[in-house]
Design a protein around this ligand. Sequence first.
Ligand code: NAD
Ligand code: MG
Length: 298
Amino acid sequence: MIDDQYAFDDPTKRYAGIDTSEQSQDGPGLDSKLEQHADLGEKSYRGSGRLTGRRALITGADSGIGGATAIAFAREGADVVLSYLPEEESDAQRIAGLIRDAGRTAVTAPGDITDAAFCQSLVDTTVSELGGIDILVANAGKQQHVEEIADLTDEQIEETFRTNVFATIWLSRAAAAEMPPGSTIIATSSIQAYQPSPNLLDYAATKAAINNFCKGLAQQLAPRGIRVNVVAPGPVWTPLQAAGGQPPEELDEFGDSTPLGRPGQPAELAPAFVFLASGESSYVVGETLHVNGGSPTP
Ligand code: NAD
Ligand code: MG
């Protein structure tokens, strides 16, 4: 972990102490079980009132990029509804505690976003518990590596698309119906949208779909004063990767081929979501903000 996100240091060496290694977890995985703890900005994220009074729904807010974003949003003054799977309760409670430490409201909302009605209920919960919704971060994702297309099951294809694409659309539809002008929707794509790995066919396709959906939705909602944007992470050290996102034996080299030569940490993604959520990005619409250690993108 680092102490100050604003430190003037060498980005190739930042987080040199977190050297990922072979490991694996079942299910969605837990941040608390990563052998090398990821940095979610617990010590380093310093807020400056950029989201004062805003009301945010964040999916996958228990861990990884969503967890770091939830911490950052709270320290910028937002209240947060956290969506996650029931088996991630312990991770979610830790993030909720950090939100409350920041003096903001945290509402925990476990459940499965592959269900359209549950996505609607998440927005309803945000409106009833926080008094409205100004920010949607559609961040939850499913990624399972499969080496041969012959082994890609119908069940996996369906779950990956329901989690990554359908839920992003369902949540955006429900949120847009409630959002006042000034609100923002931020989806989570990936470098995989541009550089698909041969063992992540279904996942990479969902990330390209998310980019495309958001470019269209951004144009539709802009006249109503609702801005839609995307963050596209590169390799980031999170449970997603240790729970089947990559072959376990490849985790020790995870991120090493980026120009910075290392994986990113969730804490390095959160500021991109803060920027796109806040009024400081008021003329940024339909953009994909890449946070990937330097890999070229279109
Ligand atoms: P993560 O495991 O910490 O977060 C993913 C979250 O998705 C889980 O915590 C879980 O709560 C949620 N989720 C999955 N299936 C769900 C379901 N059916 N119902 C409800 N919630 C569900 O990992 P992360 O890497 O922080 O992932 C966040 C986003 O970042 C994902 O969209 C992922 O595709 C994207 N991303 C990650 C990387 C990376 O290298 N880690 C790279 C590019 C994009
Ligand atoms: Mg999780």
